[in-house]
Design a protein around this ligand. Structure first.
Ligand SMILES: Cc1cc2nc3c(=O)[nH]c(=O)nc-3n(C[C@H](O)[C@H](O)[C@H](O)COP(=O)(O)OP(=O)(O)OC[C@H]3O[C@@H](n4cnc5c(N)ncnc54)[C@H](O)[C@@H]3O)c2cc1C
Length: 468
């Protein structure tokens, strides 16, 4: 049976085990199924028939945006998925004409950008992908079982140790390749230490950002000209923001965020008041009288965390993918796309090169492939992590000044707004925002502004006078 788009010359290499049936685990399994004769996905949760949030994926209650690059990869791996999501009631929105985006610098222009997003809940996306894998003859799910360690072998590892979540029964599962896709809470560093390997070093950039999310029914008489609204924070003063978007089932998901420790509340009334305090009223105006369809859910573990597996000596047949290797601040909406990019990196490694020492090649390739996501989110979050402008190093201060001007240009010019959306959607590299047509006017504006406003760390005239 031809289940997927690309059936390859079968070159079975035995049994691959994937830890975790989240987006990264499912996409890794999809790619592995092209080259292994058997793929087993071990998942600690029971896997429900319906598209609902699971205990092991608490983030599924929060809005998940799928960047355009992520949609392209998903469609490549699962042809027709987008049509399925459309049939399930997920709206397609052009990110400039059907969405309102309010930066601290002002509103992006509304125009047809051609950069679209299928607006679906995370639970639905995951369920539809899982359904495709359930049809594949060589992919097997082991739900209700958690991986608790690695089985050492003579040279590499020989499989994983598992335990039933129902009655605690232990079971060993032998494997030729193991991919850890168990998410941000991955225990792989500890598993490695237990078999005599070193745990990876970590880089953490924490903007101290919190989420509060509530679902609403879209009012029957809603007449707004948008499918989604995003009000973005802007360092250093504008700590608050939010997103409201229509998803399947005629629901709105409203997410409020607060950065630099200004966490949004989960009390329902305080939630609405927080919405009213944003620098643009759109979200508050929409939800004020809308009927809630859920409680308010909070989430605060949002730090960017890169585990440096690319620099770690791993067993050659043990790989770490998705959030288990690189967690991105979720408010940038890139995690699922990064997982998709990692899966393509895995496919690239499986296609070319020898089977030996796959982990080294994969971890390096994955690190390079997700570098644009990591750089974009951490450049911005380093500012929140640092504090005030005076706490930034010179290079970051210059970068900040330029990006501030680029945002102003994006508000004024459609072409810059389109590039900004292209970068955010990972279909254009971050350097696209530094092309001469943007950089030169941004630099000119920075220079002009420096001449007209005092340096923020310089004491004001009256302070100098008062201080003698
Ligand atoms: C609040 C929030 C909002 C987000 N919003 C967005 C967004 O808008 N857009 C976007 O692209 N991304 C978003 N993300 C990120 C996104 O959820 C993840 O990056 C993406 O799903 C990839 O995650 P993953 O598959 O690596 O891990 P997960 O999705 O966390 O999946 C890990 C899986 O492994 C299972 N597991 C864990 N340990 C074990 C074990 N020992 N044995 C067996 N199974 C195990 C878990 O039960 C789970 O099913 C958001 C994240 C958060 C926290």
């Amino acid at each position: 049976m031809l289940v997927f788009a690309r059936e390859r010359t079968p070159k079975p290499r035995g049994h691959a085990v994937v830890v975790g049936a989240g987006v990264s685990g499912l996409l890794s399994a999809r790619v592995l199924s092209e080259r292994f004769d058997r793929v087993t996905i071990v998942e600690r949760d029971a896997l429900p028939e319906e598209a609902v949030a699971r205990k092991g994926v608490p983030q599924a209650r929060h809005l998940h945006s799928l960047a355009a690059r992520g949609s392209e990869i998903l469609e490549d791996l699962f042809p027709g998925l987008d049509e399925e999501l459309a049939a399930a009631g997920c709206p397609l929105l052009d990110q400039a004409s059907d969405a309102v985006t309010v930066l601290a610098a002002g509103r992006l222009p509304r125009f047809r950008s051609g950069i679209t997003m299928r607006s679906a809940s995370r639970a639905l996306v995951e369920r539809r992908i899982r359904a495709r894998l359930e049809e594949a003859p060589n992919i097997n799910f082991l739900p209700g079982r958690e991986v608790v360690g690695l089985l050492p072998g003579p040279k590499e590892i020989s499989g994983v140790k598992t335990r039933s979540r129902v009655d605690g029964t232990p079971e060993e599962l032998s494997a030729d390749l193991v991919v850890d896709a168990s998410g941000a809470g991955s225990r792989a560093p500890r598993w490695l230490e237990e078999i005599g390997h070193k745990a990876p070093g970590e880089t953490v950039v924490d903007a101290r950002l919190g989420y509060a999310t509530r679902w609403y029914r879209v009012p029957g008489d809603f007449s707004g000209d948008w499918t989604g609204v995003a009000v973005l924070p802007g360092w250093p003063e504008t700590t608050r923001g939010g997103t409201l978007r229509r998803v399947e089932g005629d629901l709105w998901t409203a997410v409020l965020i607060g950065t630099g420790g200004d966490y949004p509340p989960t009390d329902p009334e305080a939630f609405v008041s927080f919405a009213a305090s944003l620098h643009s009223p759109d979200i508050h105006d929409a939800i004020r009288d809308a009927e809630p369809a859920s409680p308010v859910y909070g989430y605060r573990r949002t730090a960017n965390r890169l585990r440096h597996y690319e620099r770690t000596r791993l067993p050659g047949n043990f790989l770490v993918a998705g959030d288990a290797a690189c967690v991105l601040n979720p408010s940038y909406g890139q995690g699922m796309t990064a997982a998709a990019i990692s899966a393509m990196a895995l496919r690239g490694c499986l296609d070319g090169g020898p089977a030996s020492n796959l982990s080294r090649r994969f971890q390096r390739r994955q690190r390079e492939a997700v570098a644009p996501c990591w750089t974009a989110t951490t450049n911005s979050d380093a500012q929140w992590a640092a504090g005030g402008l005076e706490d930034l190093g010179l290079a970051r201060r210059i970068l900040y000044r330029i990006s501030e001007e680029v945002m102003e240009l994006a508000v004024a010019r459609q072409d810059v707004a389109r590039t900004l959306l292209g970068v955010k959607n990972l279909i254009e590299p971050p350097v696209a925002l530094l092309r001469p047509g943007i950089l030169i006017p941004a630099l000119a504006r920075t220079t002009k502004r420096r001449k007209t406003r005092p340096h923020p760390t310089a004491p004001a005239e009256d302070e100098l006078v008062a201080g003698g």
